[in-house]
Design a protein around this ligand. Structure first.
Ligand SMILES: [Zn+2]
Length: 140
């Protein structure tokens, strides 16, 4: 039996590791690295504290769960949508905290609202899949 991991999106061989903590979030918060072992970010997993050497550390990546094509090309628009969401949220932090909701139309405009909703459906399904350790419950 072949136990080679499969891409959870297309089913090809999974030869690419996705970040658990998005690389752009680490770079936004701590810079491109290398991170200082004394003053850089710490990663805590199962109660064990470890330093991160940089935003590409294997400590902040899943096991291979995607193929190169899906991790680089297919998911890129969703990564960009996520980055836009985070940037917008940080730029509008005071308003978001006061209103306690975010309208995707404010973030993406009318044309991209449907795309954003789809992106978050895929993200949510990916997170559920990761928590379950298997394939997504639905296809996209
Ligand atoms: Zn794939």
């Amino acid at each position: 039996m072949n136990n080679e991991p499969k891409c959870w999106i297309c089913g090809k061989t999974a030869d690419s590791r996705e970040h658990v903590i998005k690389k752009t979030d680490l770079v936004r918060a701590y810079g491109r690295g290398s991170f200082s072992s004394e003053s850089g970010p710490a990663h805590v997993k199962a109660g064990k504290i470890m330093t991160l050497q940089g935003p590409d550390s294997t400590r902040v990546k899943y096991q291979s769960s995607l193929c190169q094509d899906c991790n680089n090309a297919f998911t890129q628009p969703f990564d960009l949508a996520y980055d836009r969401f985070v940037d917008w949220t940080l730029q509008n932090e005071e308003s978001v905290l006061r209103c306690r909701f975010i309208d995707f139309q404010d973030v993406y405009g009318k044309r991209l609202r449907g795309f954003a909703n789809k992106s978050f459906q895929i993200l949510r399904e990916g997170l559920r899949m990761s928590a379950r350790g298997g394939r997504p419950a639905r296809s996209f």
